[in-house]
Design a protein around this ligand. Sequence first.
Ligand code: PBG
Length: 324
Amino acid sequence: MDSLRRPRRNRQSGVLRDMVQETRLHVSDFILPLFVLEGRNLRTEVASIPGIFRHSPDLLLDEIGRCIDLGIKAFDLFPNLSDDKKDRTASESHNPDGLYLQTIQAIKTKYPDVLLMTDVAMDPYSSDGHDGLVENGVILNDETLEILARMAVAQAQAGADLIGPSDMMDGRVGYLRKALDNAGFKHVGIISYSAKYASAFYGPFRDALASAPKFGDKKTYQMNPANSREALIEAELDTQEGADILMVKPALTYLDIISLLRQNSQLPIAAYNVSGEYAMIKAAAQNGWLDGERAMMESLMSIKRAGADVILTYFAKEAAQLLA
Ligand code: PBG
């Protein structure tokens, strides 16, 4: 062969490959999701998210300390609540003495420099297991906004840095932005789950929080996996409504959507590498079917290469260890 072009020349040595590498992962890319559980000195593994635990608040603080030592400085907190704390209107979500708000406060008191993202949606507190308010089997969009706003303001009051509406109600970003501004939280950002799909890959997360819907599914608010133009509509609305960061969720089955938003928005793009995506790799690795560490790093790299600036991932600790 007498071709003048030989792309393999740039792959000859480790030094050269490193030099021409286009995408690099860094521990500052990651947000680690955390699950908090009522109690003291308690830690339960989520069976379907192996290696990930629900911690009682005291142990969660220790865990965050270990993460900080690994260089992880951003966290997303979710509450696991017992059934007696759940009701139709998610009233526990704005209880200042409740588990979630108390834990936010404890984290920010002990570690004022971490970036704490909090979750706005009704499902962890809802007796219906839905992200919105249910009446006669129907999700009431506009009535839900008020509940979400009260929740977001309470979280900001407790010390949240970044509010993450994961509910997919129409108009919620603008509604939350106004509520936060009116309550004096102009500096608190919104990382919006803009393109959140009705996905099978959330299964293990619902195990972690015991938050599966009690009836039906989430298809009247989460997006149809078949759609990409619709993601642009959602992203545009969230941008107009004041979102600071746009998110795509899940990540690996939606790399095209990450890339699409990257090309169509000037805002930072986040991607949520969800529980089922983590579980698949862990399960295969535990069976000896693939090299778990390499599959993890390749997945995270693909999410960043597709255009994500920020990656929410249960792999954050393991990846941070490998990157160190
Ligand atoms: C719900 C919520 C879900 C996740 C984060 N927030 C699941 C759902 O929509 O039912 C999933 C995260 C994951 O699977 O890791 N507000």
